[in-house]
Ligand binder design. Structure first.
Ligand code: UT7
Length: 323
């Protein structure tokens, strides 16, 4: 059978780092509160010339370099984002153009913080269905543009950045020994949409709007939803939590990450954490964490890796793969 194997990984971050202390002059908050409640110490903030497209392009180029491939080798680009450069066309086609690609096809995928996990699962179905051989899957966000910088309950949490992987069709045996994506589990439930949303849009207000979140409500659901899809993906893939080599969760809050790993029985030293450095970068958070753990040599060929995310919608999902 055909498997979708990761050939390369890349990342891109804006030039400017913003430390927690810088919020103390903007809103009624403190470095201590932000660190204690979230684990975040800093985040990256895009300058005017840094956009979802430019960051996504940079991450894509890094992933292609890592794979030893060029844009000519790619036949599909899926960009996970909730902060596109324009309402339309898809920012994915802008990245396609920036990469000099005049072949193949490209589209955006919008599942907020779960976007990258949704996009990886979608790319896998295109690959296994034979419609694509090599797919660039990108998560790129500029959430700083949709934050209400006067709302201390949200503005301290998010950051900008991009991560990308190249997935390639390779022959497998159909067993858990294959490299590549072994299973995926995706969920959504729109009855929660008002707990985390943006209060604007083309068809309603005609504006872009700002992010609004009932943080405590999101927190309450997060651990249960995450563990459900992770357990489903593990069961489908025939892997136990103890057999996992790396848990790469969505980076929203260190407390959510810790509670999820504990409930799943995954040891702390198998959990990849970057939330302290990046804040919550929505669809970029999982590929940014993945890129960090590959670059420093933690994730190696043959390792079992579990990606998971949960966010606005609510949407949530998990992907199990063998590196
Ligand atoms: O990526 C998509 C998914 N999103 C998430 O996973 C986010 C989930 N939620 C969370 O991570 C947490 O709920 C937050 C980090 C957003 C908040 O942490 P919390 O422990 O749930 O705090 P809370 O909302 O219960 O607020 C506790 C107190 C409140 O004051 P009172 O009512 O106790 O007087 C807040 O007003 O902390 C106050 N507060 C702040 N204080 C200082 C809220 N934000 C801040 C702030 N600085 N930035």
């Amino acid at each position: 059978m055909i498997r979708s194997v990761v050939r390369g990984v890349g990342q891109a971050l804006p030039r400017k780092v913003m430390k927690n202390a810088e919020f103390e002059s903007l809103v009624d908050t403190s470095d201590e509160w932000i660190v204690q409640r979230t684990g975040i110490t800093q985040r990256y903030i895009a300058a005017e010339d840094e956009t979802t497209a430019s960051l996504g392009e940079a991450a894509a180029r890094a992933a292609l370099d890592d794979a030893g491939l060029s844009p000519a080798d790619i036949d599909l680009i899926i960009l996970a984002t909730s902060t596109p450069n324009n309402t339309f066309p898809a920012t994915a086609v802008e990245i396609q153009e920036r990469l000099g690609m005049r072949h193949g096809f490209a589209f955006d995928m919008q599942a907020v913080c779960s976007g990258f996990v949704y996009a990886v699962a979608t790319a896998d179905t295109y690959i296994r269905g034979g419609m694509a051989k090599r797919v660039l899957v990108i998560g790129s966000e500029t959430f700083s543009r949709i934050l209400d910088w006067t709302d201390r309950t949200t503005c301290v949490l998010f950051g900008d950045g991009a991560g990308a992987i190249v997935l390639e069709a390779q022959a497998g045996e159909g067993t858990r020994s294959d490299r590549g994506i072994l299973s995926a589990s995706l969920r959504s439930d729109g009855s929660h949409r008002e707990k985390l949303f943006v209060d604007g849009g083309p068809s309603t207000t005609g504006t872009v709007g700002h992010l609004r979140m009932e943080g405590r409500e999101v927190f309450k659901h997060a651990v249960g939803m995450i563990t459900d899809v992770v357990e489903d993906a593990l069961a489908q893939g025939g892997i136990t939590a103890e057999e996992l080599d790396w848990f790469v969760p969505h980076q929203a809050n260190k407390r959510i990450i810790d509670a999820s790993a504990k409930k799943l029985g995954i040891a702390d030293d198998k959990v990849v954490v970057t939330v302290h450095l990046h804040g919550n970068t929505s669809a970029a958070s999982v590929p940014l964490a993945l890129a960090a753990a590959v670059a420093d040599g933690r994730i190696k060929e043959g390792d079992y890796v579990l990606l998971e995310a949960m966010g606005g919608g609510f949407t949530w999902g998990a992907v199990l793969l063998r590196w």
